[in-house]
Design a binder for this molecule. Structure first.
Ligand SMILES: Cc1cc2nc3c(=O)[nH]c(=O)nc-3n(C[C@H](O)[C@H](O)[C@H](O)COP(=O)(O)OP(=O)(O)OC[C@H]3O[C@@H](n4cnc5c(N)ncnc54)[C@H](O)[C@@H]3O)c2cc1C
Length: 392
């Protein structure tokens, strides 16, 4: 039982570190101020093949495991950057890989692997459904050979920097199915062909994270836009969640590392009352504790990643890693803000930017309350705490 990385994986880490070093705090700070997309950074990653880690070699990808994908995202965030700009390009294609037809895979995966096509937008959340995905109302009606979609999504991220969109929609109404999670289907939409059938309204948030409300009106889709089996979309989305949780945990661990590293440096250099502030236990203990929390979360993340790569069930570990890592990052963010005193709030240091960015993962892609409910019910066997009330 040894969670240390192999020499090859360490070299891989060095490689992504070198790319990230070309995009320092000043780069991210300028983008944040103007709410711009890190296009140059994402291009550098695509060109270097860093986003095609999980695509098998037969479709032009690197054919590596989730461990390597974790390394990439952790290093991006540990360098002071923000993997959220492009993380979904790594894993959204998983739905296609696992459930798509051979012809869909041949058509899209090599283009995604080469970075010529971006599939980094996924629309699940709806304003009225919230965390209860089974309540989504966007409907794809069968018409002729294809489908016609009507409905509304909210918080659909990176849509304006994506060529393709993965959409979850109902294909049968809740009153027509045995379980409310039945009758949902996944569709791959070519946004370049959607025209005015999709209206996009950007949502301004506290982070530089391009996210949008979508309004779909009579959006016509061909039959081969369907991914996997009609009606099995909920199950298919769930299949991809473990990868997403493990990878997002890795970003949080990268964030925590960055906060700790910056704080150690600052606490050594900043002299108040004639000594470095780091000589005070009141300052050094929170740094040490934040470091330990992140290390513990990292072990859970590697446990989840190792099981994922071995093809073993890892839902519990992936969920726990996501919660522990996002909380470790948030504790580290708080700690760094305190360590820096007033300077933590100065935009120049980057602390307040990363503080805002680290906060997101307590909520997205799933809230930590829902993760806790999952562990209570599915790991500990406690009664289900939600979804027992309403009808349908
Ligand atoms: C910047 C950003 C980017 C996002 N990107 C995407 C994206 O690309 N695609 C996408 O589909 N979605 C995206 N989301 C949506 C995100 O996944 C949701 O915000 C999240 O899942 C929570 O849903 P909600 O906001 O509707 O909260 P709600 O479900 O309304 O929950 C509100 C609060 O109530 C709590 N709560 C609800 N039910 C329970 C319960 N039974 N027990 C205990 N607590 C409960 C929640 O934990 C939360 O704290 C994004 C969100 C943000 C902010």
């Amino acid at each position: 039982m040894d969670f240390s990385l192999s020499d090859q994986q360490e070299r891989y880490r060095e490689g992504i570190r070198e790319v990230c070093a070309k995009f320092p705090n000043a780069y991210w700070r300028a983008l944040d101020a103007e709410k711009r997309y890190p296009e140059k950074f994402v291009l550098a990653l695509s060109d270097g093949g860093w986003l095609s880690v999980l695509i098998p070699t037969e479709y032009g990808g690197a054919g590596l495991g989730i461990v390597e994908a974790c390394i990439v995202l952790e290093e991006i965030n540990a360098s002071g950057g923000n993997g959220a700009a492009c993380h979904a390009q790594m894993y959204t294609m998983g739905a296609l890989l696992r459930h798509g037809t051979e012809s869909q895979k041949r058509r899209y995966l090599p283009e995604i692997a080469a970075g010529r096509l971006r599939l980094q937008s996924m629309a699940v959340t709806e304003p009225e459904a919230g965390s209860d995905t089974s309540r989504i109302a966007t409907f794809a009606r069968k018409e002729g050979d294809g489908y016609v979609v009507n409905g509304q999504k909210v918080f659909t991220s990176r849509l304006q920097h994506s060529d393709l969109l993965l959409l979850l929609a109902r294909t049968r109404r809740t009153d027509e199915v045995a379980r409310k999670t039945d009758g949902l289907s996944l569709f791959l939409i070519d946004l370049r062909l959607a025209g005015s059938a999709i209206e996009v309204r950007p949502i301004e948030t506290m982070v530089n994270h391009e996210t949008n409300a979508l309004f779909m009106t009579d959006l016509h889709l061909p039959a081969d836009a369907l991914v996997g089996d009609e009606g099995a979309g909920f199950r298919q989305v769930l299949d991809g969640l473990n990868a997403e949780r493990i990878l997002i945990a890795s970003e949080s661990i990268g964030d925590a590392r960055w906060f700790v590293e910056q704080s150690v440096k600052y606490a050594r250099e900043r002299v108040v009352f004639g000594q470095p502030i780091g000589a005070n236990q009141g300052v050094q203990f929170p740094i040490a504790r934040a470091f330990m929390r992140a290390q513990a979360a990292s072990l859970m993340r590697w446990q989840a990643a190792a099981r994922f790569d071995a093809g073993k069930p890892c839902g519990a570990e992936a969920n726990m890693a996501k919660l522990l890592a996002s909380e470790a990052a948030w504790e580290a963010a708080e700690m760094a803000m305190t360590t820096y005193g007033g300077s933590g709030m100065a935009v120049e240091t980057g602390i307040e930017r990363k503080f805002r960015e680290a906060r997101l993962y307590l909520v997205a892609p799933v809230t930590n309350n829902l993760v806790t409910a999952y562990v209570a019910e599915h790991v500990l066997g406690l009664p289900r705490s939600y979804g027992t009330g309403g009808s349908g």
